[in-house]
Write a protein that binds this ligand. Structure first.
Ligand code: E9O
Length: 626
């Protein structure tokens, strides 16, 4: 079952359900109240006191209530909506959520239509017209739960102290990942339609032949209102071409000006594109050329009269990835990652998607001269991925498995399900060049070996066109997971978490450490994190931890190591932790959040942003000739 992003076309309609909804949380000491009293059966405001809640957004920072900010358990949303009456026949109606953290149950007019676990991936429900009305408003109710346990990804646990000094019913959700567990309907909610026979999924991969011809390999899955007839094709075997309704698939590839550059007529096949304009990362093209060139693949399901029954337009970039034990190339050129670890995080909205911030962040990324980032520590919104495709920003696409431990069968199942959903969602994206299956797991444990061996095999089965990585923070001697990776990512904090303050240890420690990894595993390696908390405006000379001067010195010492390693090892990238300051849970090592950003949470540069910018521009010039 596909999860194509809902779009409008000559055969499809879409309505946004974003806006201001009604909201209330379940009482902490009676978490099941909403289910017992069936809050989904009537307007939420009839069940008790409600508050207004914007969608999309995290709910945590919207109100003045500490109880809502720190809520653990069920939270309820509802709103009314209209269905246009022409939607009620001869088409299918769907409801799609881009991402709800963590667990969601959805009702329409009191009838459950969907349930989903996993905070950062989309899910869709087909709605039954018999349960909808075009004469009156319909009601959409969503219950969400942010409770994590040992088999959710990421993990968490409920802490219930027994000491009598605690108020009755006191408990907390503990987790050891370093970001606030924001909750809410974080991404857009859409109603949309397709015809009854429709394009359900499209899978595309691209590569370049020896002679330079570009190939776009595609597989289109349709759902037909009546059974398909199959015919045998010498090249492709049994293919559904025409069904009893006379439907067939037609594919055409259009360039940016709308010229048709290739056409195809089967559900499975390839298009060869002579003189293709390639998808290049930002700064690997000349200044007047365009990075991130996207073609539009127009897929249509046509009837015998050649009229479109369904049309879906997919933007694709043509690029060729290759990797071995020493290199990673894009379109035949070695690629050196200069980028960031990031978060979907902003003041007030929390993890809620916001076009203002998305565009601002990518302008800042381009300003620094970075060419890449990792979606630490969970899949980012599809709206963000559209931008990275378009701007030529290279992405290491990470699943939500941050700091995992335990490695039992049930956890593996959750992890596998999320990886499947991620690959299904992002498989066609040019900007995604690598999957990251975890960040800083307890990979020194014996059980981690077979666990990750399994998972790497699964991801390679799902997608052979991209390398698979894991981000580890263990010692090279004890780690049990990295050996299965195509490319190894490590996080290192010399002079921060160890030898705190002693920037003089950084360069040599880093060089030795990377040599150890590469000599043992023989893989391309990326430093996926290094960073120092820095309070913007705090100064000290000579430098002292937490000051801007310290962050500058910390960066400079790293750059020396990276340059030495770039010259004579298979180091293929440096990504600073973090792009911007971001919110964490409350704790004595975090002064209102993690402050390792080179930008503040408000997106203003610290001194380090200017230094990093000159570094990344220098690398762009030296490596890409930009
Ligand atoms: C994960 C990230 O989410 N890595 C952490 C980041 C941090 O700032 C966090 O925000 O704390 C760093 C992990 C450090 C592991 C290396 C420890 C070395 C001990 C000697």
């Amino acid at each position: 079952k596909g999860i194509l992003f809902p779009q409008e076309s000559e055969t499809r309609e879409r309505k946004s359900l974003d806006g201001i909804w009604q909201f209330r949380i379940a009482p902490r000491n009676d978490p099941e109240l909403g289910f017992r009293n069936e809050w989904f059966k009537r307007p939420l405001q009839e069940t008790g006191e409600v508050t207004l809640m914007p969608v999309p957004s995290s709910y945590n920072d919207i109100t003045q209530s500490k109880e809502i900010r720190d809520h653990v358990g069920w939270a309820w949303y509802d709103r009314e909506f209209w269905i246009p009456k022409q939607w009620m026949s001869q088409r299918k109606i769907y409801l799609r959520f881009g991402g709800v953290n963590y667990h969601a149950i959805v009702w329409v007019n009191g009838v459950q239509v969907a349930e989903h676990a996993g905070g950062h991936l989309p899910f869709v429900a087909e709605l039954d017209a018999a349960n909808l009305s075009a004469q009156r408003t319909n009601r959409l109710t969503v219950a969400i739960n942010n409770t994590l346990n040992q088999n959710t990804i990421p993990q968490g646990s409920i802490f219930r102290p027994t000491a009598t000094r605690y108020p009755p019913g006191y408990f907390t959700l503990n987790y050891n990942f370093d970001f606030f567990n924001y909750a809410g309907i974080h991404r857009p909610v859409y109603l949309y339609t397709t015809p009854t026979s429709y394009i359900d999924d499209i899978t595309v991969s691209t590569n370049l032949q020896e002679d330079g011809t570009a190939l776009v390999i595609y597989n289109i899955e349709t759902v037909r209102a009546s059974a398909a007839l199959f015919h045998n094709d010498v090249n492709f075997g049994w293919i559904p071409t025409v069904n009893q309704d006379g439907l067939s698939i037609v594919v055409r590839l259009e360039d940016k000006s709308g010229n048709i550059v290739a056409t195809g007529t089967h559900g499975i096949g390839y298009l060869s594109v002579p003189n293709a304009t390639l998808w290049w990362p930002f700064s690997m093209v000349k200044k007047d050329e365009q990075a991130g060139y996207l073609y539009t693949m127009v897929v249509s399901l046509q009837n015998l009269a050649k009229l479109d029954v369904d049309v879906y337009r997919l933007k694709i970039g043509i690029r060729h990835l290759a990797w071995d034990n020493t290199t990673f190339t894009i379109n035949g050129k070695p690629f050196y990652f200069r980028g960031f670890g990031r978060h979907e995080d902003f003041d007030v909205r929390g993890r809620g998607i916001d076009n203002v911030m998305i565009v601002k962040d990518h302008n800042l990324i381009k300003w620094t001269g970075a060419n890449s980032y990792r979606t630490s520590h969970y899949p980012y919104s599809e709206e963000i991925m559209d931008l990275t495709d378009e701007l030529g920003i290279v992405i290491i696409d990470e699943i939500s498995a941050v700091s995992i431990d335990g490695f039992g069968q049930e956890l593996l199942e959750t992890h596998t399900k999320q990886m499947r959903e991620l690959v299904q969602r992002d498989k066609n994206r040019a900007s995604v060049v690598m999957w990251s299956i975890a960040n800083e797991p307890q990979s020194q444990k014996t059980e981690a070996g077979p666990y990750f061996k399994n998972l790497f095999a699964l991801v390679r089965e799902l997608d052979k066109s991209r390398p698979v990585t894991i981000v580890v923070a263990q010692d090279y001697r004890t780690d049990k997971a990295a050996e299965y990776a195509d490319i190894i990512c490590i996080n290192r904090y010399y002079a921060w978490y160890s030898d705190t303050g002693h920037t003089e240890v950084i360069t040599a420690s880093m060089i030795q450490d990377v040599h150890n990894w590469i000599n043992k595993f023989h893989r391309p390696l990326i430093i996926a994190e290094y960073g120092a908390d820095t309070v913007a405006g705090l100064h000290s000379s000579p430098q002292f931890v937490f000051t801007e001067e310290f962050q500058l010195e910390y960066l400079r010492e790293h750059f020396k190591a990276f340059d030495a390693l770039r010259a004579n090892t298979t180091l293929i990238g440096e990504m600073i932790w973090n792009f911007a300051d971001f919110m964490t849970g409350q704790g004595i090592t975090r002064i209102v959040g993690n402050r390792k950003g080179i930008f503040t949470r408000e997106r203003q540069p610290k001194a380090s942003a200017h230094l990093l910018r000159s570094r990344y521009h220098f690398l762009a010039n030296e490596i890409d000739g930009y």
